[in-house]
Write a protein that binds this ligand. Structure first.
Ligand code: HEM
Length: 446
């Protein structure tokens, strides 16, 4: 075997560009597009890309490979060792702020952590870590989750719950946790961000929309600043005064990423509820055991990665198996495929146990929250709020998954069309502790 980094063949490049790069763009980098999500799911493009990647891994002996990216040569990470090398490496050398991503993301979070580098990044990371370590708010957040799911279930028009129904409640929960109870009905703030995320999907390729997007972002930031100055008790905003800041931090500028991240968490909740609906044995265990419920949520994040690709850019030359990778090279970790690596004997099965015995956390193939210095600072919040909302659902009703079809006895599909998700909802036959018999604040914390 020759030293250095192998190059994908012309055929492999063509297939990779079609099955992975183009479909990722069509599905949407910053917000899923319902039409293309349905089309790509129908054609099962992730499974086809996974087959290609497995062939390439065998052909190149598990080494990472040069492939054609959107802006030149890109390094496609195919081995567990290389996932660790990049994610666990310095975020100064393997920067999260790659130009493609930044071109889109800057439209709705021009001052956020993920687009920052060097000292500014360290400054904003400190602030994010401090605010998102939200332990004193846990009881309130759990109570908000229960109240809003109760309200949603009683508001349902009939016995079917669609994705839109669930998201109405998730967004109320997000606004109350982020900004406080006064933001419960502030759909406008959510809509403003959604519009900016849709525009960001074009990765800056619609320059004529730039000014309009900038004005919209200014209006959104002003609205967030109002909530920040009110600092309602029990909201994440109320933690701002205690968190470390410098004149550069820009606390308000961090919040649009968090708003997007709450939406990301919501998709994971929908996936987990679907999995629990078709795995009654896990549902039964999860209802009496918080650790198991959290493991079920985490496992849903493995099976359908909410951040499908992690990308980094080198900021200086890096020695890579005897070859020098120059500065400015994009590195792609196709997490959504690697989480299902066929070498994992549980790859395509719902196996919450791997998060209880530590296999999921240990394995570098699997990284739903990334790992290393770029690991998600909202991981603790996501792993608390997701299960809290699931608990609120499970305690109140039974759920039958109507769409999409999932068969627990067959390997789980690579793609899940969340835009089409719906459940038949009925009064519970499974007995659970009554939500009213125990106050949320009296429960064991996750
Ligand atoms: C289940 C829910 C979540 C998942 C799966 C998730 C996943 C991730 C992943 C994979 C990254 C790394 C992105 C990259 O490398 O490009 C990330 C970064 C980040 N996440 Fe999350 N996230 C979740 C929830 C949250 C929440 C609730 C918040 C805040 C309220 C949050 C805030 C952030 C921030 C600020 C970053 C940037 C980190 C940095 O640049 O160092 N996330 N998240």
């Amino acid at each position: 075997m020759t030293k250095g980094i192998p190059h994908a063949s012309a055929g492999e490049n063509l297939q990779f560009s079609t099955l992975y790069t183009a479909t990722s763009l069509l599905r949407g980098i910053f917000i899923l597009t319902p039409f293309w999500t349905s089309v790509t799911t129908k054609f099962d493009t992730h499974r086809k890309a996974a087959d290609l990647i497995t062939k390439m891994r065998v052909r190149y002996g598990g080494r990472s490979v040069w492939v054609k990216g959107l802006s030149g040569k890109m390094l496609l990470v195919l081995s567990q060792g290389d996932v660790k090398r990049v994610l666990d490496g310095s975020d100064e050398v393997f920067s999260l702020a790659n130009p493609q991503k930044v071109a889109g993301i800057k439209q709705f979070q021009p001052d956020s952590l993920i687009v920052s580098q060097g000292e500014l990044r360290r400054d904003r990371r400190r602030f994010n870590d401090a605010v998102l370590t939200f332990d004193p708010l846990k009881d309130r957040f759990r109570a908000v989750a229960h109240e809003e799911i109760e309200a949603l279930l009683s508001e349902l028009d009939g016995t079917v719950m669609t994705k839109e129904d669930a998201f109405r409640a998730f967004r109320r929960i997000a606004r109350r946790c982020l900004f406080g109870d006064s933001a419960r009905e502030d759909d406008a703030i959510t809509e403003m961000l959604l519009a900016l995320r849709r525009n960001a999907n074009w990765l800056g390729r619609k320059p004529w929309t730039k000014d309009k997007a900038a004005q919209l972002y200014d209006r959104l930031a002003a609205r967030i600043a109002k909530y920040a100055s009110a600092a309602e008790p029990g909201s994440l905003m109320s933690r701002f005064p205690e968190a470390p800041t410098t004149p550069q931090t820009n606390p308000v500028g961090q919040v649009t990423h968090w708003m997007m991240a709450f939406d990301v968490t919501s998709l994971g909740i929908l996936h987990a509820l679907a999995l629990l609906a078709v795995h009654p044995e896990h549902r039964a265990r999860a209802m009496g055991d918080e650790d198991h419920l959290r493991a079920c949520f985490w496992e849903a994040l493995r099976l359908w990665a909410l951040v499908p690709s992690l990308t980094r850019v080198t900021t200086e030359p890096v020695d890579w198996d005897g070859e020098i990778v120059p500065a400015g090279v994009e590195i792609l970790i196709p997490s959504v495929i690697l989480h299902r690596n066929p070498q994992l004997e549980y790859a395509d099965r719902f196996t919450p146990e791997v998060w209880l015995d530590g296999r999921g956390q240990r394995d570098w193939w699997i990284h739903p929250f990334a790992k290393g210095p770029g690991e998600c600072p909202g991981k603790g919040l996501g792993l608390f709020l997701g299960p809290a909302i699931l608990e609120a659902f499970l305690q109140r009703r039974d759920y039958e998954l109507l769409e999409p079809v999932l068969d627990a006895d067959r390997p789980l599909p690579y793609m899940f069309d969340s835009s089409k998700t719906s459940f038949a909802v009925s009064k519970p036959t499974t007995r659970a502790p009554s939500p009213d018999s125990e106050s949320p604040s009296g429960r064991k914390s996750a």
